[in-house]
Every structure is written in structure tokens, then in C-alpha cells.
Design a protein around this ligand. Structure first.
Ligand code: IPM
Ligand code: MG
Length: 360
């Protein structure tokens, strides 16, 4: 039976970059035997405009039925004045939570062809290959109670709750251990155990899961130090595992080490390997509609989809090789342009990847 992918282009540059990823999927289907059906639906600001909610029921149902979801990006200034409950970002958070996508994998890889793009010295980042494993359906993002209340004094007070059950910590640390087992065998668990009870428990559970996986070397780091180490000596890390909010922050930091946030894909997985795949950059409203956005992170998200949800690592390798070849050929979108390379737009970049796929 063919596999079903739900495509959610979303807002801003989302539709442009997703179009290029669809070209790649169509090529794999027509010429490389990938048995796949694509559906498309609304999410984010566009969905709010159409039906008054960033995650329409119809979209959620399709996502639940699909074998994998490919998402572009959501959000933009147009929707910022909206109530937080119906902002585009809620569409994304709702998908993560409703689909149980607790494991967010965010690789930060420096492509050797792009070594000049980093703001850090080449020797600090060359060969960089970190995998950040971010817990995605718990922690302060979802903890109750939350809100803004008015005190007796009349002053308002905002509050959110950082909460993790042992089982939630266990399952994400296990994911990190399994991934490390296929890489360099090292996991660094990031917490703030010196201040927050919740992450003291996080560390305790991480140690327990670590002792079940003696083949993996487990270390611990406070989040403030981890942020510093990421810019000081990032190559010390193999896999990092952390809470939802710390992972949000550290993954942006790690992405920038590569100098090219337009290059980085991500996977958000449930217990059974079903996943949602998206570039880690946002909707970039400032360049939307201009045909200059970099589609490579979305195309590389297709590679992750093939590898993690469809068990098609051969095809995933092909897609990654095609991206490498296009970079070798000197093609660059504006965000990764450097001396001696040739600037291309979104569509030309997508076409070049398809051509490279066929040439393999
Ligand atoms: C991310 C984003 C989201 C997050 C926003 C858009 C809700 O920053 O995926 O990192 O905070 O998780
Ligand atoms: Mg973020």
C-alpha cells in the first residue's frame, strides 16, 4: 500500500520552499519507485484566515491518518496581534501535541562547502555534526497552570509551569541514547539541576536511563554552560538531549554555528516513528513571495522523512548526495552566498537538486 504524506505549506516562504520539496518527492515517486501519495491542507495563519483557527479539525484528521507530515513554516506579522490561543504558532504546537511528537531531532551539520558562512572561525566549526534531541510535547510549553492573573493589589502576574513526569524524561533520553548508539556514542544531557527541582529529576532519570545503556557515554551540563560551550568548542558534543524550552534556545544557537539556518532540517517523532518534518527556519515574511528563499532545509527534511518514517535510507542518502552535489557545483541561494559561487533563486535551486538526483 502506498504511504501517505500530508503536506502543510503554511505561511510566508512556506509554500515556495515546500513546492521544491514536492518536486523532489515527485521525482522519487516517478523515477525511483517511491510508493507515495501526497495530500495538502491548511495550517497556521492561512488556516486562521480561511476558517478562524490555525489548526482546523480537517487538517488534524488528515495528519492523524497520514504516515508522515511535511511542513513549511507558520506565522508572520499579520497574525501577531491575534490572541495567543489562535496565533499561527498554536497550529504547530497543536500538531506536536495531538500527534504525540515528543522527540524533536535537530541536526546541526556544517557542510564543508559552506565553511565560510559561519560567524565562528572555520577551525571551531569545520566538521561540526551535532544532534540536538529536544523534548517537544511537555515542559513549560504545555505545563498547567498557565496564564496571567490579577493579584489583590491589582497588579497582574504572568505564570507558566515547568513540569516533567519520569516517563516523559525516560522516553526522550532513550531516544537520545539510541541515536548516539548509531553515531559517536556520546550523550550530553542539559538541565538546570542546580536551581530547578524539575530538572534535578531530569538528571536523576537521565542517569538511570544512562546506566541501562553502558555503551553510551553520558555527561551532564547546566544549560547556561551548554550555551557557552556551544559557541566556545561546539565539536565536543555528539548528541545533546534536553527539555522543550532549553532545546528551543540551544537549537537556534547550534543552527547559527553552521552559518546557514536555511540548510537545517528537523524531525519530530512519536513512539512509533511517525513524524512531522520541517525546516528549522521560520516563515521569513521579509522575503516571502520573492522567489529567493533557500529550499534546501525543506528538501533535507524530505531526506529525514525517508530515513526515519519510511525506512528508505537509500533514497534519503540519494537526496542528501544531490544536495551536496548542487553545493559542490557552486549554486547558492542568497542566504549562503559567498565569493566565487553563483546565486540562484528558490525554483532554480529545487530544479538543480532534481537534476542532480537523476544524474546519480
Ligand atoms: C521552533 C519554534 C517554535 C517553538 C515556535 C514557532 C512555536 O521556535 O520550532 O523552534 O518555540 O517550538
Ligand atoms: Mg525555536
Amino acid at each position: 500500500m502506498s504511504k501517505r504524506i500530508l503536506v502543510l505549506p503554511g505561511d510566508g516562504i512556506g509554500p515556495e520552499i515546500v513546492d521544491e520539496a514536492i518536486k523532489v518527492l515527485a521525482t522519487l515517486r516517478d523515477e525511483f519507485g517511491l510508493d507515495v501519495d501526497l495530500d495538502e491542507a491548511l495550517v497556521g495563519g492561512g488556516a486562521y484566515d480561511a476558517v478562524g483557527h490555525p489548526l482546523p479539525d480537517a487538517t488534524l484528521e488528515l495528519a492523524q491518518e497520514a504516515d508522515a507530515v511535511l511542513l513549511g513554516a507558520v506565522g508572520g506579522p499579520k497574525w501577531e496581534p491575534l490572541d495567543i490561543a489562535v496565533r499561527p504558532e498554536k497550529g504547530l504546537l497543536g500538531l506536536r501535541s495531538e500527534l504525540g511528537l515528543f522527540a524533536n531531532l535537530r541536526p546541526a551539520i556544517l557542510y564543508p562547502q559552506l565553511a565560510d558562512a559561519s560567524t565562528l572561525k572555520a577551525e571551531v566549526v569545520s566538521g561540526l555534526d551535532i544532534m540536538i534531541v529536544r523534548e517537544l510535547t511537555g515542559g513549560i510549553y504545555f505545563g498547567q497552570p498557565r496564564g496571567v492573573r490579577t493579584l489583590d493589589s491589582g497588579e497582574r502576574e504572568g505564570f507558566n509551569t515547568l513540569v516533567y513526569r519520569e516517563s516523559e524524561i525516560e522516553r526522550i533520553v532513550r531516544v537520545a541514547m539510541a541515536i548516539a548508539g548509531k553515531r559517536d556514542g556520546r550523550v550530553c544531557s542539559v538541565d538546570k539541576a542546580n536551581v530547578l527541582e524539575c530538572t534535578e529529576l531530569w538528571r536523576e532519570v537521565a542517569v538511570r536511563v544512562g546506566s541501562e545503556n553502558p555503551q553510551v557515554e553520558l555527561s551532564h551540563m547546566y544549560v547556561d554552560n551548554a550555551a557557552m560551550q556551544l559557541v566556545r568548542e561546539p565539536k565536543q558534543f555528539d548528541v545533546m538531549v534536553t527539555t522543550n524550552m532549553f532545546g528551543d534556545i540551544l537549537s537556534d544557537c547550534a543552527a547559527m554555528l553552521t552559518g546557514s539556518i536555511g540548510m537545517l532540517p528537523s524531525a519530530s517523532l512519536d513512539e512509533n516513528g511517525k513524524g512531522m518534518y520541517e525546516p528549522i527556519h521560520g516563515s521569513a515574511p521579509d522575503i516571502a513571495g520573492q522567489g529567493v528563499a533557500n529550499p534546501l532545509a525543506t528538501i533535507l527534511s524530505v531526506a529525514m522523512l525517508l530515513r526515519y518514517s519510511f525506512d528508505e535510507s537509500g533514497l534519503a542518502d540519494r537526496v542528501e548526495q544531490a544536495v551536496n552535489r548542487v553545493l559542490d557545483d557552486g549554486l547558492r541561494t542568497a542566504d549562503i552566498l559567498s565569493a566565487g559561487t553563483r546565486e540562484v533563486g528558490t525554483v532554480e535551486m529545487g530544479d538543480a537538486v532534481v537534476t542532480a538526483l537523476r544524474a546519480d
